[in-house]
Design a protein around this ligand. Structure first.
Ligand SMILES: NC(=O)c1ccc[n+]([C@@H]2O[C@H](COP(=O)([O-])OP(=O)(O)OC[C@H]3O[C@@H](n4cnc5c(N)ncnc54)[C@H](O)[C@@H]3O)[C@@H](O)[C@H]2O)c1
Length: 316
């Protein structure tokens, strides 16, 4: 595993003048990111369904003295509303002629008991589990909507001439998954499924995104982070001495991934304000954890298919 180092001098310099769209920016990790980018001189367009907090944050930032040369604009948008998400990108693009970076931080957790436990029985099973739809629609479908729109706006003006590692590629898409996307999460059924789905999206997109579209893509997988999402579990986590990140510490790692052209195709575990890429280790040790023969066949097939082949196009 390789650690993601935060370069404290890159973050403000690299952010200056960049146009950054952030979904879920009114609270928690998204709010920390809005702060970090705005105070570093970026043009930040952030959305959330929490109009009260979003409007308040926009007002506070606009009246603060540490704005650099940046700007900030909040829009109310439910992540499930495609048109509302599109409007945020469109406003950024119309005003600046470019979108440099897009970060999706929206997420909700599973309510307890809908899939297991005492509240599932032969009576309650007859009703459609509404929380299932909410978690998948917001966390996963919302993320795919956001990614599709981000790709359309960010690929504008792309001239193919960049090596496949992503080095030198300025534009980036960054998606918030969770450690529960790849690590056991008892009871968080829909949440874990949605967060694994985001990692799946990265693995489909990253092999073609730099060469074909000029966009780097990375996924961030925090363990517990001190926001309202884990507020009820905070005392328990502290009593267990579990690793707990701050929203700002997690935000700085995300900002590094967003800006640093060396980072592409990474799935970054964030724990206690430190980040580690797990994809590099998974790829390097594939012949051990998969099976040598199986890994060889998969890799040879991938090479024959060509790294830039769009599988959906050959299926139809
Ligand atoms: N806090 C943690 O311990 C933790 C751990 C792992 C992953 N994550 C992930 O990090 C991301 C940020 O979480 P956070 O801890 O900052 O939580 P948070 O609850 O503080 O922030 C989430 C934001 O998403 C917004 N939101 C929720 N549903 C929305 C919708 N339908 N449309 C628009 N906005 C919506 C909320 O209003 C809020 O501003 C999430 O994707 C979460 O799953 C958090």
């Amino acid at each position: 595993m390789s650690e993601i180092r935060v370069e404290y001098d890159l973050l403000p310099k690299g952010s200056e003048g960049r146009v950054v769209v952030i979904a879920g920016g009114a609270n928690g990790i998204g709010e920390a990111l809005v702060n970090l980018f705005y105070r570093s001189g970026a043009h930040v367009y952030f959305s959330d369904w929490d109009t009260v907090k979003g409007t308040k944050l926009e007002g506070e930032l606009k009246s603060s003295s540490s704005s650099g040369h940046g700007s900030v604009r909040f829009s109310q948008a439910d992540a499930r509303d495609y048109a509302a998400q599109l409007a945020v990108f469109d406003a950024a693009y119309k005003e600046h002629g470019i979108v440099d970076h897009a970060v999706f931080t929206v997420g909700i957790s599973d309510p307890p008991g809908w899939m297991s436990g005492n509240s599932l029985n032969l009576e309650t099973v007859k009703k459609l589990p509404v929380p299932l739809d909410d978690v998948l629609d917001i966390n996963l479908k919302g993320c795919l909507y956001f990614s599709r729109i981000a790709i359309a706006y960010m690929k504008e003006g792309f001239v193919p001439n960049i090596d496949s590692t992503g080095a030198g590629t300025r534009k980036s898409l960054t998606l918030l998954s969770s450690a529960n996307g790849f690590h056991s999460a008892p009871g968080l059924y829909a949440y874990a499924a949605s967060k694994s789905g985001i990692i799946g999206m990265l693995r489909s997109f990253s092999p073609i995104s730099v060469q074909n579209l000029g966009i780097r893509v990375n996924v961030v997988c925090p363990t517990a982070t001190d926001t309202k999402m884990v507020a009820n579990a905070r005392d328990f986590l502290i009593a267990m001495n579990a690793p707990l990140s701050t929203a700002e510490g997690c935000g700085k790692i995300i900002q590094q991934l967003v800006l640093d052209p060396r980072h592409h195709g990474k799935v970054v575990l964030v724990m206690s304000d430190r980040g580690w890429d797990i994809e590099e280790g998974l790829n390097r040790t594939r012949h051990q954890w998969m099976d040598d023969e199986a890994a060889t066949i998969l890799e040879e097939t991938q090479v024959k298919m060509g790294p830039n082949t769009d599988w959906a196009a050959i299926h139809t």
